[in-house]
Design a protein around this ligand. Sequence first.
Ligand SMILES: [Zn+2]
Length: 374
Amino acid sequence: MNPSIKLGTVWGIPIGLHWSLLVVFGLIVWSLGGDWFPEEYPMLGPGLSMALAAVTGVLFFASILLHELGHARVAQREGIPVEGITLFIFGGVARIGGNASSPGQEFRIAAGGPAVSLVLFLVFQGLFMLDRAVPALAAPSEWLARINLALLLFNLIPGYPLDGGRILRAAVWRISGNEATGWKAATISGQIVSLGLIAFGIFQAIGGDVTGGIWLVFIGWFLQNAAASESAARTMQSQLSGVTVADAMGVVDEPRVPSRLYLRQLVDDYVLARGDDFFLVVDGDLPRGVITLADVSRVPKERWDWATVAEVMTPWPRLVRVAPETSLLDAMRQMEEGGFGQMPVVRGDALLGLLTREEVLRYLRVRAGLGATA
Ligand SMILES: [Zn+2]
């Protein structure tokens, strides 16, 4: 979920919006300003209803952001970094850069968001009690109190990846003393909840509430996907624990080219003749950089006769290097975050080889194949 609009940072955490949120914002303004406000508070009039609906929509997203900041702040205090918060069509997500190391820590991070939603509910409910006589204040505060209560209750449903599922995971972990048992309980409950939401949504749609039903089906489907990708990531993590870069590298013996080579020669003699698409640039024993087919294709063809590899390659100092002892998971994370297709593997100044995405994928496939037959 990559944010398309960056809002700024809070406590060092980048906050972003995904474009899909604008769709929900439109729906909220339209249904509040066109339906709910005029029905509950007819004295407002259509213009004021719409304006209030827009303000209410913004406060609704602020509520979601505060909920996520609740999780994020607790995580930071527990010493776990937070990579960012994104608001999107189904709410918000705080990307926590690590797993809790104890059930208590997991519980506190999971409870941080709902605690904020509870406070927001109480604040808006209190405002509503005070400002009942003023429709322009009462209408937004009544709706915001309700929606924050709904957010609180929905998030407490005990199905992973909802907060309630995380709390369940912490509880099972604490009682059983086993982290894996906690994960299993959270995953199973997540499956039940997401499939339940989908089934209930279909039931509702058949019963006549088509929009509400479809919405529930989408939320269930989203939760199902999030739980499945989390459990796939966990399976990979446990399978790859102890695997190093040295285990995965070297499947491909990457071709080496000198830096003074002209691009035309590189294309004719290496790319077309052998079908290779990336090269280590090495002069004697000295590594100079890396050049890929994508680098070459950015140079206009008419310049290939006189442009050299050295001018186009990614130079050695700009490449992020790994040691053969580095864990493969760490190296993959670095590749993912930096958007690199390959990383030179070095010991001291000596170049041992190149770890590429293709190699990592091939390695994972082979391991998966071995796992399936064993
Ligand atoms: Zn939450």
